[in-house]
Write a protein that binds this ligand. Structure first.
Ligand code: C2E
Ligand code: CA
Ligand code: CA
Length: 644
């Protein structure tokens, strides 16, 4: 029993939040409780003043009131203090103990007064005791232990005592009190249970809120971070640039840089995506090591990284920095499947010279990057005024190109492919020519890229193919047409269908046409290109892998492609005489061709010496200025001859 009672007094196992809530309630209720005690005590002393001894009506009353006022003031003062959990628990426990002690003192005091008055004064004592107990129960409703202890230590003796008097009025008061007190205790306990549930659900809500906040923070990180490299992503890079532009004046320069990996796609295709991911992660780490403290690095696309150098720098400093980046990326990456060699090109745009919006700066840096990639991979270029002019020219080309087919400005030149030994023409490569009244002659190197970007390339291809097949009809049967296709043509099923339709329309056999597709086109989407080339081969067309060796050739993928001719890039021919390595490469490629049972054509033969060297190396078909320059078809005398 005692243990259970102590258990009720022990207030330790409830939640922290509940303890604090209880304490907060007690701070407002306990001073009121002591006020009730003081008022009730003074009232009882007053009615007993004449009949009871002074030590009960004055001294004890003053003492009790002093203690009550002291306690009330102390509790009132707690409202401005902060308490630790241990202190709160201690206060609650002492409140329970104090309620027992105070209860017992009041009990003794009231029973003493009971002995001195007449009937009405005795009724006042009974009244005093009952309303005091009920008052305490109501005020301590948030502390069940105190409710129990006061009811048991004061209420119970009170009921026993007055029933024992045997007087009807006191027995009635005692029973009445017992019932009211019992009901009140039950109400107090159920109120307390509801109170704890509210606090618990508040706590749950709080926890839920904290969890949501944590999730929000995590989501925020995820939305701004690249999952693979843990660098900032494109979105947060753009946000950062936006903030920079908002806060900086035009006097504070900074530099936006874009880094794009060259030869990364084959890594995925040949070594697998897991290896590709590892390369990207390491690229992120290498770039981080190169950057200074005030630089920001982000991964803004598949194999594209963005950076901001947050201070001004001279062009030579930016160049040197670009050099550091490209050198860092040139070192081989060690993979389980072997060494991976890639490189990275950089484009820089300086604020405010190159632009003053995020779009402008990114576009300009991207333009510089594109220049770096086309001029020399693995280099870095800063956006300049010449680039500005180039952009202007490009947009002029863009506008004029849309009308080029309609205005019949496009024509074809042909460059023969010959048998190196006999110098007999075996095929003719169709090369696009564009003459625009305002722009003059525009090189296909310039306009094909623009046509690809604007999507007009498919229309141009079909227009030129129709012309070429029409010319082909007049050529001797052993001479084939070699026709260049761009990436957009190869990846567009409709264009491929139309090419076949045009050929059929002219009644020409597909065996007389070879499509040239560059190695870089093939690498842009190896799987789809291998499907398309397969379909074209099945339709009877020849397929030449153009510019072989200029990109990131790897012997690992060419077995996937259905080609029957390999055009060796002219870069190998340029220094053939002095460069043993080029000779070695050509020999290797020729050996590869014979093992794949495909023919080869060497491009860019410009001198007799080159031709002889290539013949010695075993090359059969050749093309280049030494034999013929590209020219209109009328300039070639095409003789009937034997097919090889
Ligand atoms: P390509 O297919 O590699 O064509 C060979 C290019 O090298 C031609 O330049 C040709 O004039 C040039 N060339 C030929 N022999 C020699 C040589 O001995 N030395 C040097 N230095 N150059 C030589 P062109 O006509 O300016 O064409 C450039 C590129 O534009 C072509 O490279 C091809 O990729 C593209 N192109 C041309 N016409 C078309 C076309 O109708 N459609 C598509 N998609 N691309 C085309
Ligand atoms: Ca070609
Ligand atoms: Ca070529």
């Amino acid at each position: 029993m005692l243990k259970r009672l102590l258990g009720r007094i022990d207030v330790g196992d409830e939640s922290e939040k509940l303890k604090f809530a209880q304490f907060k309630e007690l701070i407002t209720k306990v001073p009121l409780l002591y006020c009730i005690l003081v008022v009730n005590t003074i009232a009882l002393s007053y009615t007993h003043y004449e009949v009871a001894p002074k030590y009960l009506t004055i001294y004890a009353t003053v003492l009790i009131c002093c203690v009550c006022v002291y306690r009330a003031v102390s509790w009132y003062g707690y409202r401005n203090k902060t308490f630790t959990l241990t202190k709160v628990k201690r206060q609650i426990r002492s409140t329970v103990i104090f309620s027992i002690v105070v209860g017992v003192i009041f009990l003794i005091w009231s029973f003493n007064l009971y002995g001195y008055g007449d009937m009405s004064l005795r009724i006042h004592v009974a009244y005093y005791m009952s309303i005091t107990v009920l008052g305490i129960v109501v005020c301590l409703i948030h502390l069940p232990a105190a409710v129990w202890s006061t009811t048991l230590t004061v209420g119970l003796p009170f009921v026993i005592f007055f029933i024992a008097t045997g007087k009807a009025i006191f027995v009635a008061i005692a029973i009445n009190f017992a019932i009211v007190a019992g009901v009140l205790v039950l109400i107090a306990l159920s109120y307390y249970r509801a109170f704890s549930r509210v606090i618990a659900s508040e706590q749950d809500l709080q926890l839920q809120h904290e969890k949501t906040q944590k999730l929000n923070i995590q989501n925020e990180i995820l939305a701004n971070q690249d999952g693979l490299t843990k660098l900032a992503n494109r979105r947060s890079f753009a946000n950062y640039l936006n903030e920079k532009l908002n806060e900086k004046s035009e006097h504070h320069s900074f530099i936006v840089g874009l880094v794009d990996l060259d030869g990364f796609k084959p890594v995925n295709d040949i070594h697998g995506h897991a290896a590709g991911d590892r390369v990207l992660k390491e690229v992120g780490q290498r770039l981080t090591r190169v950057l200074h403290g005030d630089c920001i690095l982000a991964r803004i696309g598949g194999d594209e990284f963005g950076l901001v150098i947050d201070h001004s720098a001279s062009h030579s400093e930016i160049k040197a920095f670009g050099g550091k980046i490209t050198r860092a990326l040139q070192a081989p990456f060690v993979m389980r499947t072997g060494l991976v060699q890639i490189s990275g090109s950089c484009g820089f745009a300086v604020y405010p010279d190159a632009g003053n919006t995020v779009e402008n700066l990114m576009e300009r840096a991207d333009f510089a990057l594109y220049q770096a990639k086309t001029e020399s991979r693995g280099s870095s270029i800063i956006f300049s005024t010449e680039h500005e002019q180039l952009i202007r020219k490009k947009s002029q080309i863009e506008l004029a190109l849309n009308q080029s087919v309609k205005k019949e400005e496009l024509t074809l030149h042909y460059q023969p492919i010959v048998n190196g030994k006999t110098e007999q023409i075996v095929g003719l490569e169709a090369l696009a020519r564009w003459h625009n009244p305002e722009l003059g002659e525009v090189s296909p190197n310039d306009f094909i890229a623009v046509a690809e970007k604007t999507g007009v390339v498919n229309e141009i291809t079909l227009y030129l193919f129709d012309k070429a097949v029409n010319d082909l009809k007049d050529w001797p049967a052993h001479i084939y047409l070699s026709f260049n296709l761009s990436a957009h043509d190869v990846l567009n099923n409709k264009t491929l269908e139309n090419l076949k339709r045009i050929l059929d329309g002219h009644g020409v056999s597909s065996s007389r046409v070879q499509f040239e597709i560059t190695e870089t086109t093939m690498m842009s989407d190896l799987d789809r290109c291998s499907e398309t080339t397969q379909v074209l081969r099945e339709l009877g067309f020849g397929i030449a892998l153009d510019d072989f060796g200029s990109g990131y050739s790897s012997l690992g993928y060419i077995h996937k492609l259905a080609f029957n001719n390999l055009k060796i890039d002219r870069s190998f021919v340029e220094n053939l005489r002095h460069n043993q390595r080029s000779q070695g490469v050509i020999k290797t490629i020729l050996a590869l061709c014979s093992s794949f049972r495909v023919t080869s054509t060497v491009e860019g033969v410009e001198t007799e010496e080159q031709k002889n060297l290539l013949l010695e190396l075993g090359c059969k078909h050749m093309q280049g200025y030494y034999f013929y320059r590209p020219a209109p078809i009328e300039q070639f005398e095409l003789h009937e001859g034997s097919s090889e």
